[in-house]
Design a binder for this molecule. Structure first.
Ligand code: SF4
Ligand code: SF4
Ligand code: SF4
Length: 173
């Protein structure tokens, strides 16, 4: 019994390491207020989801909007924030979020396979391939990355995800 109880977590961990599964953090639309304030203000009306010309917002748990970078890129047009009548968004004059791309262990370059799909998709030139090894690894330049998500669906092994950076990391970038 004990062995079978332990097998599932082991399988899950191995799948995570191989990149087949990813723990996806909850990603709200750009300019969304801090999570507790957003959840209090949002009525799940979906006006922001419907306003998004890129179709990258979806109704998530409880009907609350989420950004799904697997669908494509946020262009920071601000239409979602302007569509909200419930003050669930900050001013679009502020930075939209602290999201930045990060490269996981499923990256092909880490296995010695040449790939630059993420760099090709990035309109901000925020992905560098420093020639420090025979098959260069991608490196996210946090000071250039906007967290737009264009590189996420471009990666053939779903090795790229978005994560909120701390204020300290953003200051260092
Ligand atoms: S800023 Fe524009 S593209 Fe980005 S999520 Fe909002 S509506 Fe969509
Ligand atoms: S428009 Fe505002 S209230 Fe409606 S789902 Fe979007 S964030 Fe929530
Ligand atoms: S999230 Fe956008 S800006 Fe950042 S590396 Fe990916 S494509 Fe480039």
């Amino acid at each position: 019994m004990a062995a079978s109880r332990n097998q599932a977590p082991d399988r899950h961990r191995r799948a995570l390491l191989r990149g087949r599964l990813r723990r996806t953090p909850l990603l709200r639309p750009p300019w969304a207020l801090e999570e507790s304030r957003f959840a209090s203000a949002c009525t799940a009306c979906n006006a922001c989801v419907e306003a998004c010309p890129q179709r990258v917002l979806v109704a998530g748990e409880g009907g609350l909007p989420e950004f799904d970078p697997g669908r494509g890129e946020c262009t920071f047009c601000g239409d979602c924030a302007r569509a909200c009548g419930e003050h669930a968004f900050a001013s679009i004059d502020e930075a939209p979020w602290s999201l930045r791309a990060q490269v996981g262990e499923a990256c092909l370059a880490g296995r010695g396979i040449v790939c630059s799909s993420c760099r090709d998709a990035c309109g901000e030139s925020a992905i560098a391939f420093p020639p420090t090894r025979a098959v260069p690894m991608p490196r996210i330049e946090s000071d250039r990355c906007t967290g737009c998500g264009a590189c996420v669906p471009a990666c053939p092994t779903t090795a790229i995800s978005l994560a909120a950076m701390t204020a300290e990391v953003l200051l260092e970038a």
